[in-house]
Design a protein around this ligand. Structure first.
Ligand code: DC
Length: 222
């Protein structure tokens, strides 16, 4: 069974997809981590983002694997080395769109993502999972939240780590990322017509998980 979870940055997809996968005993696959890891590789190898043929060659020589580690978490391995922390820096986050907008690279990523689905039941999160990667997924979820709420959550997350950021600035950054995700020519963020839409703005994490589990179970018993 494939459960596709799409939605904008900061809507809580990773947290929710991870919990959903743990509750169902499915594999959790974070496709954003794959785009991030490949961006890190391109930066390290100093391949220019405008040199698409070189990037495609590089992608073919790159091994990215997502390994379940403790508490439902994922360890992201780039050519065998753990890059889980390096792919989450603000600099890397800002650079990913350079590769995510390239049809040639998206095609390779989609191929890798489909491979996971051949082996086991999974919860896969991203932007184009229900529309491009697995349009035939048994369950599609579009998880949303207002930009204001997503920014507030981000500010709270960083504050918990002792990092102070401006909320208004965070809203602007989130809106800029949304713009890139929605307007990309290939694999843009779209709500699939048959996706279950959930706005988590005023819901707690357990409420979101319970709602989605009820939806998944209803689909399974059909
Ligand atoms: O979900 P995230 O923030 O880790 O995603 C990182 C980047 O990758 C973000 O710029 C959107 C992009 N992405 C994408 O284009 N398609 C996906 N399926 C997943 C992520």
């Amino acid at each position: 069974m494939i459960i596709a979870v799409d939605g904008p940055a900061g809507a809580g997809k990773s947290t929710i997809a991870r919990l959903l996968a743990a509750a169902l005993g499915f594999l959790y696959v974070d496709t954003g981590a794959m785009y991030r890891a490949f961006t890190l590789k391109a930066l390290r190898e100093r391949v220019d983002f405008s040199d698409v043929p070189a990037l495609a060659v590089l992608a073919r020589r790159t091994a990215i694997s997502l390994c379940p580690s403790g508490a439902g978490d994922l360890k992201v391995l780039l050519d065998g080395s753990d890059v889980s922390a390096q792919i989450r820096t603000p600099e890397l986050t800002n650079a990913v769109f350079n590769v995510a907008q390239l049809p040639e690279i998206r095609a390779i990523m989609v191929e890798w993502q489909r491979e996971y689905g051949k082996r086991q039941s999974l919860v896969m999160e991203g932007r184009d999972i229900g529309t491009v990667v697995f349009p035939q997924a048994e369950v599609k979820i579009y998880l949303d939240a207002s930009a204001q709420i997503r920014a507030r959550r981000r500010v709270a997350q960083l504050a918990a780590k002792g990092i102070g950021v401006d909320e208004a600035q965070t809203v602007r950054e989130i809106e800029a990322r949304d713009e890139k995700d929605f307007t990309r020519a290939v694999g843009p963020l779209r709500r699939a017509a048959d996706a279950f839409y959930l706005d988590s703005s005023s819901l707690t994490i357990p409420q979101v998980v319970d709602t989605l589990l009820a939806h998944v179970n209803a689909q399974r018993s059909k």
